[in-house]
Design a protein around this ligand. Sequence first.
Ligand code: AMP
Length: 189
Amino acid sequence: MLNFVLFGPPGAGKGTQSQKLIDQYQLIHISTGDLFRAHIKNQSPLGQKVSELIADGQLVPDAITIAMLEEEVDKNPEAKGFIFDGFPRTVPQAIALDEFLESKGSSIAGVIALDVDQEELTKRIAQRQLESGRADDQADKLQKRIDEYFSKTIHVLPYYEAQGKLSKVNGIGNIDTIFTELRAVVDQY
Ligand code: AMP
């Protein structure tokens, strides 16, 4: 299996670039944010448990997120590989993912971090709010999400850097130019 993590702060373009990667490489895309939103929409017990946290821009506890992610991977036993989008967001999640994949004789091949500065992120999310109406894209919630990123999620980068798996890609500019850079990374594997 060829597994990648697509990493970056809220608004970095993970969703957009994931879509292009899936089309190109036939990998299974797992976005924990999308999975949570589907649970909330369906009003499942999990959705009811996490909806307030998510609407408020906070991270969902690791145990809940890891269990949901593992269940999703297990639904795709024939997968050529996965693109993890929005996961891991904490170091315990990264460790859990490594252990889980290792138990299947697999691993993370590479981690691609989309690099976008804060000013550009705030601009993009303001635009996205006009289009998506996501409650957690409102200015104060968005600030909380960006704070969660810089206090908890950013520590995932050195974790993968120490494993020699981290590649940074400039996430500002033309979508196709960014994708070309992403492909250059993926094609090394
Ligand atoms: P996203 O669509 O990736 O921006 O995720 C939306 C929201 O879902 C986040 O702000 C968190 O509340 C929650 N979420 C998604 N992925 C994770 C994760 N890996 N760990 C904790 N919370 C998450």
